[in-house]
Write a protein that binds this ligand. Structure first.
Ligand code: PMP
Length: 424
């Protein structure tokens, strides 16, 4: 990326420019389509069918019915509507610190937003703990039972909701929670959670808006990391889908889709599935394949993760390095024993790296997790540049007075309460 002065930046955070900024095939396919036809979706066009077929081909059976929308928020909102139509229930289980979109219906199931603002928690929303083995309520990154133990927490949430006479429509979660701090779900988590949710009469929604389309490398979709038998009932995709052009989608099963049709309320979306958006989406999926971007995510992701783990040997500020493919988090702590979040230091590093023309961001409940989610064209040379600048920035911070003095005496630092206003 370049700024108005022509400075060149290394973009380590833009998961919308998925196949690379201004990918020539995506630009051509979209502009060719704009030159041919772009209209609302009452007029059928073959690009919609071709893009839907392509999307479905990346998903396991029986996920085969696509609804095209314009944003991740629209996708998640429609998913809730479909889940409620199918189950005839209302309640939603979400994860703590989750973000699912900016619509009212989604703010209500996004503790990431409502806990920070004045938005009240609704009675039909039930929040399960984030399954984070490093900072969560249950810890132990190497505990093979962790996934089951966190799934039990969801079961407890379901039991308590049912005990209050409520009934579950859906469980919604990112298949690798990003806003909650680049968390990788422990093995056996979704398998068990999905079972409990279905036993309670609900459906399972995978929010793949941030991490889908191959970001995690080996698979197209994050939920696939949890095993071949782990298949959600509804999948929501967006962000990277159009490489910046607005397009998103909901994919579900025929059986579930029929229940929406049976409500008698037509699903209509003027721009959802317009020809240019579908051309962009199709070109993005083709570019992921043609440019071997999933393979690249595996290779470069592994290389970067290993380099960052080596940095952790040198800098005690790094408490944890985790990730899969090109979805990586570096959690900064003041003390490795107490795991006290190094929020100010994380902000300082982001600011320092920007001076070096490297774009990063932070997230997690304490905003102390450095997020790495670059365009999928990120290469090992880019990884080396990132790691060497991070090394210097971490060194600079360590060279300052003791961490405590650093927090107290540095007036420029951002206070954690101010961080709510910082946009992702
Ligand atoms: N789900 C997740 C996980 C997201 O990160 C976002 C956007 N940051 C959304 C949904 C909402 O997508 P949009 O901004 O396209 O409405």
């Amino acid at each position: 990326m370049y700024d108005e002065k022509g400075n060149r930046y290394l973009d380590c955070i833009n998961n919308v420019a998925h196949v690379g900024h201004c990918h020539k095939d995506v630009v051509k396919a979209t502009s060719d389509q704009l030159g041919l036809l772009n209209t609302n979706n009452r007029f059928l066009h073959d690009t919609l069918v071709i893009a839907a077929r392509k999307l479905v081909s990346t998903l396991p059976e029986p996920l085969s019915v696509c609804y095209f929308v314009n944003s991740g928020s629209e996708a998640n909102d429609l998913a809730l509507r479909i889940a409620r139509a199918y189950t005839k229930n209302k309640d939603i289980i979400c994860l703590d610190h989750a973000y699912h979109g900016h619509l009212t219906s989604l703010m209500e199931i996004s503790p990431y937003k409502y806990q920070r603002g004045k938005f009240p928690k609704r009675k039909y929303v039930h929040v399960a703990p984030i399954p984070d083995g490093y900072r969560g309520v249950l810890r132990g990154e190497n505990n093979s039972e962790l996934g089951r133990m966190y799934a039990d927490k969801v079961r407890e949430v379901i039991e308590s909701a049912v005990g209050e006479g409520r009934s579950v429509a859906a469980f919604i979660a990112e298949s690798a929670p990003s806003c909650a701090g680049q968390v990788i779900l422990p093995p056996d988590y979704l398998r068990n959670v999905y079972r409990y949710v279905r036993e309670a009469g609900g459906v399972c929604i995978a929010d793949e808006v941030q991490i889908g389309f191959g970001r995690t490398g080996k698979y197209w979709w994050g939920f696939q990391l949890q095993g071949e038998d782990v298949v959600p009932d509804i999948v929501c995709v967006g962000k990277s889908m159009g490489n910046g052009f607005p397009v998103a989608a909901v994919v579900t099963t025929k059986e579930i889709a029929r229940s929406l049709a049976a409500t008698g309320i037509e699903y209509f979306n003027t721009y959802g599935g317009n020809p240019a958006s579908c051309a962009a989406a199709l070109a993005v999926m083709e570019a992921v394949e043609k440019d071997n971007l999933r393979e690249n995510a595996v290779k470069v992701g592994r290389y970067l993760l290993n380099s960052l783990k080596r940095l952790a040997d040198k800098h005690t500020l790094i408490g944890d390095v985790r990730g899969v493919g090109l979805f990586i988090g570096i959690e900064l702590v003041l003390d490795r024993e107490t795991r006290t979040p190094a929020t100010n230091q994380a902000q300082q590093i982001i600011a320092r790296m920007k001076e070096d023309f490297i774009l990063l961001s932070t997230d997690g409940p304490d905003r102390n997790v450095i997020k790495i989610k670059p365009p999928m064209t990120f290469n090992t040379e880019n990884a080396d540049t990132l790691v060497s600048h991070l090394d210097s920035s971490l060194g600079e911070i360590a060279a300052m007075a003791s961490t405590q003095e650093f927090i107290e005496n540095e007036p420029k630092l951002i206070k954690s309460e101010d961080l709510t206003s910082i946009k992702r």
